[in-house]
Design a protein around this ligand. Structure first.
Ligand code: CDP
Length: 227
């Protein structure tokens, strides 16, 4: 069976991957997979289950699968569920954000989530964003994008998103420290580290506004996947 195109967007935290991927998917009529939400859902489920984070490395793939994280397709959306309940805001709490990169570095966690991600992409017509979409999960994707932006700009965006449009110097540098630490954890880990996929189109979004960055990716997809 021939499938539709798969578009991957990888990049560091705050580069605008998820919001760009969602808007690009909408413009093209494709599904959007936010793979970070699955890692966040597994982190949320573990925090809820009360297993101490320093014991997470001992958990097997089966134990992690038993936490019942699912990606449910309904209409054009992919909804994340934990134990049959839709989760969304729960995934963005500081507690989840603080622990997610630790979980994402565990091979068992990555194995527990890979089939879920691939099954969403089975029929193509998908925009998937994350850290290893073009390198590990969808290595045959028709279009691979690597989004980058300066650390300071990424920190400003993250603060704007969370209600601090005019941060003090101290708040800004604190946020830069947090994003920088997560970048290092994501790039230096042994399994599926964040790196630019071979053959990817690198887009620096530092000086682009949101509409511009969406338009650049949509144009790229139209150019590379003539219908
Ligand atoms: O939105 P933000 O970039 O802050 O994070 P996210 O996309 O929600 O991903 C949260 C974390 O999940 C990342 O820092 C990675 O540690 C992990 N992740 C991953 O390892 N692989 C992916 N494909 C997606 C996310």
């Amino acid at each position: 069976m021939t499938r539709g195109p798969v578009v991957t967007l990888d990049g560091p935290a705050g580069s605008g991957k998820s919001s760009t991927a969602r808007a690009v998917a909408e413009a093209l009529g494709f599904l959007h997979l936010d793979s970070g939400a699955l890692y966040r859902a597994l982190t949320y489920a573990l925090l809820e289950s009360g297993v101490a984070p320093d014991r997470w490395p001992e958990l097997s793939e089966e134990a992690l699968r038993a936490l019942d994280v699912r990606a449910i397709q309904s209409g054009g959306e992919v909804c994340v569920e934990v134990g049959g309940r839709a989760v969304d805001e729960e995934l963005r709490t500081p507690d989840v954000t603080e622990h997610v990169a630790r979980l994402a570095g565990l091979p068992a966690a990555r194995r527990a989530l890979i089939d879920l991600q691939r099954s969403v992409g089975e029929r193509g017509n998908l925009v998937a964003d994350g850290r290893d979409m073009g390198t590990v999960v969808f290595p045959d994707a028709e279009v691979k994008v690597f989004l980058v932006a300066d650390l300071e700009e990424r920190a400003r965006r993250r603060l704007r998103e969370t209600g601090t449009p005019e941060p003090s110097r101290e708040t800004l540098s604190d946020q830069m420290g947090k994003l920088g630490a997560r970048d290092r954890q994501d790039s230096e880990r042994a399994v599926a580290p964040l790196r630019e996929p071979e053959g990817a189109q690198r887009i620096d979004t530092t000086t682009l506004d949101f509409a511009e960055q969406v338009a650049v990716v949509v144009d790229l997809v139209r150019r590379l996947t003539p219908s």
